[in-house]
Design a protein around this ligand. Structure first.
Ligand code: SF4
Ligand code: ZN
Length: 401
């Protein structure tokens, strides 16, 4: 019998990233303590708060809601409101809703449901049906629409319910995936905005991620051990997501090299610290343009924090001495010269003052929020497809005459 490293009872799980065997009770304690640590480290939930909890019926949000329901008992005046967003995916979300209801009932919490159909007059099933009927119509990936709609509706719901903050079930896997996706998409601005607790911005309920120190499979195991109801099915449209690719990639890596996901999380958290220091950039470039080019970036980094090393960049610009770009006198990556030129352009920061979406009134960085612009473009595609369908018929009948 393999013994628990903590209490010597029979172990039920091996944490391969730190070679530790744990029994069910000790594992659940660890899982809960990590949520408490995240709460302490990032000051996520405080006194007298109305905390919206995004629930989906899946394992992450089930574990989140269950652990938070116990934690808030010791936080004076703080209450939870579970919020579920129904995308309108038959055979999937409708099943998950049953599980979410079951869990909420057992915790004596009232589940609030908001649907795409009510919010946007379109369900995901309808959008995917249109896309299937018109595959060359220039539709986005399912998860691109769905992610924007969910975020928008969740925020609307939290505002409507008067929530001070919104807890979501993002775990260490999600953080590692998002970190990597933003790197691979060259999205420094998103990377900057992405945080364990989002800043308070007028019109947006701050979102918190109390599961950041737990892995996805640990959330599933926690649900199993606590016998929490959760839906095991997979979204039929998930195969279209870039995140899905990254998820599979990281899962494969984690199997071969246990600990890579937590290492990505650590790197992300370390980078956050450096970004905080470097946020002096913004004051140096008050119009919020971001970094015009590599030269500006390196100068800004050097001036914001002389000890900050940007590996490999210090000897990139041939026309200037490397000391002008960094305090390091030696190149930081050995080997051949890198072909990164100082002409590399960074995506411009989109950070700007918010205005109201002319359609739905939500705060948005442009005149039309992303969700409304998607709806507009889907409706245009639908109308033009209907027009195309009608045209040949009219032409045919005209020919008959
Ligand atoms: Fe929406 Fe994509 Fe998630 Fe399915 S997998 S619910 S389409 S975001
Ligand atoms: Zn134990």
């Amino acid at each position: 019998m393999v013994k628990c490293a903590n209490c010597s009872k029979e172990a039920v799980v091996r944490l391969s990233y730190n070679k530790t065997d744990l029994c069910g009770n000790c594992f659940c304690d660890l899982f809960e303590n990590r949520v408490k640590s995240a709460n302490r480290d990032f000051k996520l939930i405080t006194l007298n708060q109305k905390v919206g909890v995004g629930v989906s019926g899946g394992k992450d949000s089930a574990a989140l809601l269950y652990v938070l329901s116990h934690i808030v008992k010791n936080i004076h005046g703080t209450t939870l409101i579970p919020i579920l967003i129904d995308e309108g995916i038959s055979g999937y979300r409708d099943q998950a809703i049953l599980k979410a209801r079951e869990l909420c009932d057992s915790l004596d919490l009232q589940l609030r449901i908001f649907s795409y159909k009510d919010g946007f007059k379109l369900s995901m099933d309808e959008i995917m049906k249109m896309k299937k009927a018109n595959p060359t119509g220039g539709y986005e990936r399912s998860c691109t629409y769905c992610g924007v709609f969910r975020k928008t509706l969740l925020n609307k719901a939290a505002l409507e319910l008067g929530c001070d903050t919104l807890a979501i079930g993002h775990n260490a896997d999600d953080i590692a995936q998002t970190f990597l996706m933003n790197l691979l998409h060259n999205e420094p601005d998103r990377l900057k905005r992405f945080d364990v607790i989002n800043d308070e911005v007028e019109g947006f309920v701050p979102r918190i991620k109390p599961l950041i120190y737990n892995l996805e499979k640990e959330a599933a195991l926690y649900c199993e051990l606590k016998e929490l109801p959760y839906h095991r099915g997979e979204c039929p449209y998930s195969n279209e997501s870039f995140r899905g690719e990254i998820k599979n990639f990281l899962n494969g890596l984690e199997q071969k090299f246990p600990g890579v996901k937590f290492n990505l999380l650590r790197s992300y958290l370390a980078m956050r610290k450096e970004l905080e220091k470097a946020s002096n950039f913004e004051r140096m470039f008050p119009n919020g343009e971001g970094f015009e080019d590599m030269e500006m970036f390196i100068k800004a980094v050097g001036m914001a924090d002389p000890s900050l090393k940007i590996a490999g960049f210090s000897d990139d610009a041939p026309s200037k001495s490397k000391n002008e770009y960094s305090n390091d006198t030696e190149p930081q990556i050995s080997g051949s010269k890198h072909d990164l030129s100082h002409k590399i352009s960074f995506k411009k920061s989109t950070a700007s003052k918010y205005q109201k979406c002319k359609n739905c009134g939500q705060n948005s960085s442009t005149g039309l929020c992303k969700a409304c612009s998607f709806i507009e473009s889907i409706n245009e595609k639908r109308n033009s497809a209907n027009g195309d369908l009608n045209k040949p018929k009219r032409a045919k009948s005209a020919m008959k005459k």
